[in-house]
Ligand binder design. Structure first.
Ligand SMILES: [Zn+2]
Length: 70
C-alpha cells in the first residue's frame, strides 16, 4: 500500500482548531500553512505527519488482514 500523493489531509490549526486541508504531495520537510479561518500562519513538520500516516497505514493493513480471516 502506498500513500496517494494527491490525497489531502487535515491539519488542525493550533489557534482556532479548524482543520486546514493540505495536499500530501506538498508535504516535504517544514511547510508553512495559513489557516483560512483565522489567518494564523503556522509551520507543520511533514516528517512528523508522514510518521503518523505510516502508523495509520499499518493500522489499516492490520484491519484488512483481520477481515480476510473471516
Ligand atoms: Zn485557525
Amino acid at each position: 500500500m502506498s500513500i496517494n500523493q494527491n490525497a489531502k489531509i487535515d491539519v488542525p490549526c493550533p489557534q482556532c482548531g479548524k482543520d486546514v486541508q493540505q495536499p500530501l504531495g506538498r508535504l516535504k520537510g517544514k511547510v508553512d500553512v495559513t489557516c483560512p479561518n483565522c489567518r494564523t500562519s503556522f509551520a507543520i513538520d511533514a516528517t512528523q505527519l508522514q510518521k503518523g500516516l505510516a502508523e495509520q497505514e499499518r493500522a489499516i493493513e492490520r484491519m484488512l488482514k483481520g477481515l480476510g480471516k473471516k
